[in-house]
Ligand binder design. Structure first.
Ligand SMILES: [Zn+2]
Length: 458
């Protein structure tokens, strides 16, 4: 395993001489990753133990604190009082070797290659807009695949905006809409290996038709536990508070300093729930990252242009078995990486600890008070499912607070006590109507002198 840090500068590499000491430019240029740099930001990648990384971070931070010019060689650079940050983001992550992953029954698969789809995308997908049932402010865009994927070949005259052409030596890649495409050779090996648990392979068309390609679909869905998986909500619907954009990201301890304008992140790993895995070798998680919901005004814009030129920028997390990892390791050189997911045994322990910290109990009458959240059924029908979660960036609702078979009748109250002070999100679902979207309330305050309360239906 090797550890790296990527540093995103707040300017392009062409502009570097205006912000960095001249002597550094030559040396630092060896660290620039052009593929991940843009006209707005240059990305530099360092091994974690590189002294130049420490120097660059020290320099950038002293400048951000407005101390430029306060002494030393580097201090001569930058205008006095200029406190605009030099860094956008600093992220630490690991590159795992095959040996690091061999003890993991499941690993996360990441692709380094994005293959462009041949336009127009309306030949592949049908677009559907789904308003959030109880919120006028937001909804979801769904792309339904109804024809074979058609990917760009090398003969395509125009470069794709969101992906490259398929190269003949590639074994596995991901399309711009996050479908997995594999070569004929890999499909054959995969089918031989899996025998009875072979996934559905669907033919993929290529504009220059030089070789058969296949789309492989996941063989089941695996639940992600968040927490402890750090799925952060970056923005929410202003009307209902549901997440619009979600990211798998873990703030580093550096990020806790006040007045920080740079994002500091550590590598974030998925933690799966302890349900048995579905049969097969390739799965998808129940939670995604990226743009998971859209504001209604944006949806209306798409409704005017129903052609799916717009590909949903939310990504599933792909999980693969140790068996498939081995196959890729032996037969699919390059273009993909894997990361461990947190061990299931550890995850199970965390669930117990986490659940024990905020257990619900059945209220006999309303026992509200310090650090409690009282939920009263104010609708004409029994409630069988009740979720409570911190109104933080987490999207995970956790287990049902009501016992199996427990029905909260109209007018009955349920008290969740022992909560930490803060704000909580609550939702509730009827026992006898599966089609009803349920009820929810966001940001209910709870504290030593605030008895949180929510009447379902209000
Ligand atoms: Zn909404």
């Amino acid at each position: 395993m090797r550890s790296f840090t990527s540093v995103d500068l707040a300017f392009s590499w062409q502009e570097a001489s205006r912000h960095l000491p001249r002597g550094w430019i030559t040396v630092l240029s060896l660290y620039v990753d052009p593929a991940q740099s843009s006209t707005l930001s240059a990305r530099l990648i360092f091994p974690n133990d590189d002294v130049l990384l420490e120097e660059l971070l020290d320099f950038a931070e002293s400048k951000a604190r407005g101390k430029a010019g306060s002494g030393g060689f580097l201090g001569m650079f930058g205008r006095k009082g200029d406190s605009s940050p030099l860094l956008r983001a600093v992220r630490r992550w690991n590159d795992y070797d095959f040996a690091d992953l061999q003890d993991h029954p499941v690993v996360q698969l990441l692709s380094d290659r994005t293959i462009g789809l041949a336009p127009p995308l309306s030949q592949i997908y049908r677009v559907e807009f789904e308003a959030t049932p109880d919120c006028p402010g937001c909804g979801q865009v769904h792309l339904h695949q109804q024809h074979a994927l058609r990917v760009r070949g090398q003969a395509d005259p125009e470069p794709g905006l969101r992906g490259d052409a398929w190269q003949p030596d590639v074994a596995i890649a991901v399309t711009e809409n996050h479908e997995i495409v594999i070569s004929e050779r890999l499909r054959r090996l995969w089918a031989e290996m899996a025998v009875h648990e072979s996934p559905p392979f669907a033919p993929v068309e290529m504009s220059d038709d030089t070789q058969p390609l296949w789309q492989v679909s996941p063989q089941g869905t695996v639940g992600v536990m968040a927490p402890p998986t750090p799925l952060q909500v970056l923005d929410r619907c202003p009307t209902c508070g549901r997440p619009l954009t979600v990211a798998l990201s873990m703030p580093s301890p550096d990020a806790l300093r006040p007045n920080l304008q740079t994002i500091y992140e550590e590598e974030a790993l998925l933690t799966l729930d302890d349900a048995p895995l579905p049969a097969g070798d390739l799965w998808v998680t129940d939670l995604q990252e990226g743009r998971v919901r859209e504001l209604t005004e944006t949806l209306l814009g798409f409704a005017d242009y129903p052609d799916p030129f717009y590909v949903r920028p939310s990504r599933p997390f792909w999980l693969i078995s140790q068996r498939l990892l081995r196959l890729l390791h032996e037969h699919a050189p390059g273009g993909w990486r894997c990361r461990p997911v947190n061990a299931l045994a550890i995850a199970a322990c965390l669930v117990v600890l986490w659940a024990a910290a905020a257990c619900g109990n059945v209220g006999t009458g309303v026992k509200s008070g310090a650090n409690t959240l009282t939920v009263i059924n104010g609708v004409d029908g029994p409630i069988c499912t009740l979720h409570v979660k911190r109104a933080s960036s987490q999207t995970f609702w956790g287990r049902n607070r009501l016992e199996q078979g427990q029905r909260l009748a109209m007018g009955e109250a349920f008290v969740v006590d022992g909560l930490a002070a803060g704000h909580y999100d609550v939702d509730a679902f009827l026992c006898d109507d599966d089609t009803h979207p349920g009820y929810g309330r966001y940001d209910v305050p709870v504290g030593p002198d605030v008895a949180g309360a929510w009447t379902i239906g209000q």
